[in-house]
Ligand binder design. Structure first.
Ligand SMILES: Cc1cc2nc3c(=O)[nH]c(=O)nc-3n(C[C@H](O)[C@H](O)[C@H](O)COP(=O)(O)O)c2cc1C
Length: 197
Protein backbone atom coordinates (compact mmCIF):
# COMPACT_ATOMS: atom_id res chain seq x y z
CA UNK A 1 0.00 0.00 0.00
CA UNK A 2 1.31 3.43 -0.93
CA UNK A 3 0.45 6.40 1.27
CA UNK A 4 1.29 9.77 -0.28
CA UNK A 5 1.35 12.85 1.95
CA UNK A 6 1.31 16.36 0.43
CA UNK A 7 2.43 18.84 3.08
CA UNK A 8 1.61 22.40 2.01
CA UNK A 9 3.17 24.21 4.98
CA UNK A 10 6.51 25.94 4.40
CA UNK A 11 7.28 25.58 8.14
CA UNK A 12 9.43 22.51 8.83
CA UNK A 13 8.47 22.36 12.52
CA UNK A 14 5.06 24.02 12.31
CA UNK A 15 1.74 22.50 13.29
CA UNK A 16 1.09 20.84 9.95
CA UNK A 17 4.57 19.31 9.75
CA UNK A 18 4.20 17.93 13.28
CA UNK A 19 0.75 16.61 12.45
CA UNK A 20 2.10 14.90 9.34
CA UNK A 21 4.87 13.27 11.42
CA UNK A 22 2.28 12.02 13.88
CA UNK A 23 0.12 10.70 11.10
CA UNK A 24 3.04 8.76 9.65
CA UNK A 25 3.85 7.42 13.16
CA UNK A 26 0.21 6.42 13.55
CA UNK A 27 0.30 4.50 10.29
CA UNK A 28 3.47 2.80 11.47
CA UNK A 29 1.92 1.88 14.84
CA UNK A 30 -1.28 0.65 13.28
CA UNK A 31 0.86 -1.70 11.20
CA UNK A 32 2.55 -2.95 14.35
CA UNK A 33 6.00 -2.94 12.75
CA UNK A 34 8.35 -0.65 10.86
CA UNK A 35 7.45 0.34 7.34
CA UNK A 36 7.94 -2.63 5.11
CA UNK A 37 7.35 -3.27 1.44
CA UNK A 38 3.68 -3.61 2.37
CA UNK A 39 3.26 0.00 3.46
CA UNK A 40 5.23 2.82 1.92
CA UNK A 41 4.72 6.36 3.18
CA UNK A 42 6.06 9.22 1.06
CA UNK A 43 5.97 12.73 2.46
CA UNK A 44 6.31 15.54 -0.11
CA UNK A 45 6.63 19.16 0.91
CA UNK A 46 4.92 21.21 -1.78
CA UNK A 47 7.23 24.14 -1.05
CA UNK A 48 10.27 22.10 -2.11
CA UNK A 49 8.81 21.53 -5.57
CA UNK A 50 9.59 23.48 -8.71
CA UNK A 51 6.73 23.79 -11.16
CA UNK A 52 5.22 26.31 -13.53
CA UNK A 53 1.75 27.84 -13.23
CA UNK A 54 -1.15 26.43 -15.25
CA UNK A 55 -1.62 28.48 -18.42
CA UNK A 56 -5.30 27.52 -18.76
CA UNK A 57 -4.78 26.17 -22.30
CA UNK A 58 -7.19 23.23 -21.57
CA UNK A 59 -5.10 20.91 -23.78
CA UNK A 60 -4.75 18.47 -20.88
CA UNK A 61 -8.48 17.76 -21.19
CA UNK A 62 -7.86 16.44 -24.70
CA UNK A 63 -4.47 14.76 -24.49
CA UNK A 64 -4.58 13.54 -20.86
CA UNK A 65 -1.33 15.17 -19.83
CA UNK A 66 0.04 18.65 -19.27
CA UNK A 67 1.79 20.06 -22.32
CA UNK A 68 4.14 22.29 -20.34
CA UNK A 69 7.80 21.20 -20.10
CA UNK A 70 8.19 18.33 -17.62
CA UNK A 71 8.55 19.54 -14.05
CA UNK A 72 7.64 18.50 -10.49
CA UNK A 73 3.88 18.86 -11.12
CA UNK A 74 4.11 15.98 -13.64
CA UNK A 75 6.11 13.96 -11.11
CA UNK A 76 3.60 14.48 -8.28
CA UNK A 77 0.74 13.64 -10.67
CA UNK A 78 2.43 10.28 -11.35
CA UNK A 79 2.77 9.66 -7.62
CA UNK A 80 -0.93 10.42 -7.09
CA UNK A 81 -1.80 7.99 -9.88
CA UNK A 82 0.28 5.31 -8.13
CA UNK A 83 -0.88 5.95 -4.54
CA UNK A 84 -3.60 4.09 -2.66
CA UNK A 85 -4.10 6.70 0.06
CA UNK A 86 -3.64 10.46 -0.30
CA UNK A 87 -3.16 12.75 2.69
CA UNK A 88 -3.38 16.49 2.07
CA UNK A 89 -2.09 18.60 4.95
CA UNK A 90 -2.53 22.35 4.59
CA UNK A 91 -2.56 25.37 6.92
CA UNK A 92 -5.34 27.94 6.50
CA UNK A 93 -4.18 30.91 4.44
CA UNK A 94 -6.85 33.59 4.04
CA UNK A 95 -9.55 31.09 4.86
CA UNK A 96 -8.41 28.70 2.14
CA UNK A 97 -5.57 26.41 1.05
CA UNK A 98 -2.15 28.02 0.44
CA UNK A 99 -1.60 29.30 -3.10
CA UNK A 100 1.29 26.87 -3.68
CA UNK A 101 -1.00 23.89 -3.19
CA UNK A 102 -3.76 25.38 -5.34
CA UNK A 103 -1.23 26.06 -8.12
CA UNK A 104 -0.06 22.44 -7.91
CA UNK A 105 -3.61 21.08 -8.13
CA UNK A 106 -4.32 23.42 -11.08
CA UNK A 107 -1.48 21.73 -12.93
CA UNK A 108 -2.69 18.20 -12.15
CA UNK A 109 -6.30 18.27 -13.39
CA UNK A 110 -5.53 15.65 -16.05
CA UNK A 111 -4.26 13.23 -13.38
CA UNK A 112 -7.36 13.67 -11.22
CA UNK A 113 -10.29 13.71 -13.65
CA UNK A 114 -11.36 13.48 -17.25
CA UNK A 115 -14.41 15.04 -18.85
CA UNK A 116 -17.38 13.62 -20.70
CA UNK A 117 -18.17 15.07 -24.12
CA UNK A 118 -20.48 17.55 -22.46
CA UNK A 119 -17.85 18.59 -19.94
CA UNK A 120 -19.07 16.58 -16.95
CA UNK A 121 -16.11 15.64 -14.71
CA UNK A 122 -15.27 11.93 -14.55
CA UNK A 123 -13.18 10.85 -11.53
CA UNK A 124 -9.92 8.96 -12.05
CA UNK A 125 -9.45 7.80 -8.45
CA UNK A 126 -12.83 6.38 -7.60
CA UNK A 127 -12.90 4.67 -4.21
CA UNK A 128 -9.37 5.62 -3.09
CA UNK A 129 -9.05 6.97 0.46
CA UNK A 130 -8.03 10.53 1.31
CA UNK A 131 -7.42 12.33 4.59
CA UNK A 132 -7.31 16.05 5.32
CA UNK A 133 -5.20 17.76 7.99
CA UNK A 134 -5.49 21.51 8.56
CA UNK A 135 -4.66 24.14 11.16
CA UNK A 136 -5.30 27.83 11.73
CA UNK A 137 -4.55 30.52 14.29
CA UNK A 138 -8.22 31.43 14.81
CA UNK A 139 -9.35 29.70 18.02
CA UNK A 140 -12.29 27.33 18.28
CA UNK A 141 -15.24 27.94 17.79
CA UNK A 142 -14.45 31.06 15.72
CA UNK A 143 -12.52 29.01 13.15
CA UNK A 144 -15.79 27.22 12.53
CA UNK A 145 -18.20 30.17 12.61
CA UNK A 146 -15.92 32.38 10.51
CA UNK A 147 -15.38 29.68 7.88
CA UNK A 148 -11.60 29.45 8.36
CA UNK A 149 -10.78 25.74 8.49
CA UNK A 150 -14.06 24.95 6.74
CA UNK A 151 -12.72 26.95 3.75
CA UNK A 152 -9.80 24.53 3.46
CA UNK A 153 -12.01 21.48 3.92
CA UNK A 154 -14.47 22.74 1.29
CA UNK A 155 -11.70 23.47 -1.23
CA UNK A 156 -10.08 20.05 -0.72
CA UNK A 157 -13.42 18.25 -0.83
CA UNK A 158 -14.07 19.91 -4.18
CA UNK A 159 -10.72 18.78 -5.62
CA UNK A 160 -10.43 15.34 -4.01
CA UNK A 161 -14.14 14.58 -4.31
CA UNK A 162 -14.16 15.43 -8.03
CA UNK A 163 -11.17 13.13 -8.43
CA UNK A 164 -13.18 10.32 -6.82
CA UNK A 165 -11.32 10.12 -3.51
CA UNK A 166 -13.42 9.20 -0.51
CA UNK A 167 -12.56 11.51 2.40
CA UNK A 168 -12.15 9.03 5.23
CA UNK A 169 -11.20 11.52 7.92
CA UNK A 170 -10.03 14.98 8.76
CA UNK A 171 -8.07 16.54 11.58
CA UNK A 172 -8.58 20.24 12.34
CA UNK A 173 -6.18 22.02 14.71
CA UNK A 174 -7.52 25.52 15.48
CA UNK A 175 -6.05 28.20 17.74
CA UNK A 176 -2.40 27.50 16.94
CA UNK A 177 -1.27 30.98 18.01
CA UNK A 178 -2.01 30.20 21.65
CA UNK A 179 -0.60 26.66 21.52
CA UNK A 180 2.93 25.34 21.58
CA UNK A 181 2.98 22.27 19.38
CA UNK A 182 0.14 19.85 19.02
CA UNK A 183 -2.29 18.80 21.73
CA UNK A 184 -1.36 15.38 23.08
CA UNK A 185 -4.46 13.70 21.69
CA UNK A 186 -3.28 14.26 18.15
CA UNK A 187 -0.59 11.63 18.81
CA UNK A 188 -3.06 9.04 17.65
CA UNK A 189 -3.92 10.66 14.36
CA UNK A 190 -4.08 7.57 12.28
CA UNK A 191 -6.28 5.76 14.79
CA UNK A 192 -8.59 8.74 15.17
CA UNK A 193 -8.91 8.91 11.42
CA UNK A 194 -9.83 5.27 11.34
CA UNK A 195 -6.72 4.45 9.35
CA UNK A 196 -6.12 0.77 9.11
CA UNK A 197 -3.89 -1.28 6.86
C1 LIG B 1 -0.25 34.03 4.65
C2 LIG B 1 -0.98 33.51 5.85
C3 LIG B 1 -2.36 33.59 5.90
C4 LIG B 1 -3.06 33.10 7.00
N1 LIG B 1 -4.42 33.19 7.00
C5 LIG B 1 -5.10 32.71 8.08
C6 LIG B 1 -6.52 32.80 8.11
O1 LIG B 1 -7.17 33.26 7.18
N2 LIG B 1 -7.16 32.33 9.21
C7 LIG B 1 -6.48 31.80 10.29
O2 LIG B 1 -7.11 31.42 11.26
N3 LIG B 1 -5.13 31.68 10.27
C8 LIG B 1 -4.43 32.13 9.19
N4 LIG B 1 -3.06 32.02 9.16
C9 LIG B 1 -2.37 31.36 10.28
C10 LIG B 1 -2.03 29.90 9.97
O3 LIG B 1 -3.12 29.19 9.44
C11 LIG B 1 -1.60 29.19 11.26
O4 LIG B 1 -0.52 29.86 11.82
C12 LIG B 1 -1.28 27.73 11.01
O5 LIG B 1 -1.28 27.05 12.24
C13 LIG B 1 0.07 27.58 10.34
O6 LIG B 1 0.40 26.21 10.26
P1 LIG B 1 1.94 25.78 10.11
O7 LIG B 1 2.62 26.23 11.36
O8 LIG B 1 1.93 24.32 10.02
O9 LIG B 1 2.45 26.41 8.86
C14 LIG B 1 -2.35 32.51 8.08
C15 LIG B 1 -0.95 32.41 8.02
C16 LIG B 1 -0.27 32.89 6.93
C17 LIG B 1 1.24 32.79 6.89
Amino acid sequence: MKVLILNASPRRYGTISQAVERFAEGVQNSCGYDFSEDVQVENINVNDLKFAHCTGCMQCRKCGTCCLPRDDAHRVAEKIEACDVLVVAAPVYWGNIPGTLKTLFDRMVYALMTESRRGIPQPLHKGKAAYIITSCSTPFPFNFFCGQTSGVVKALKEILGTAGFKIRGKVVVPGTKAKEGLPIRTGKFAYRLGFSV
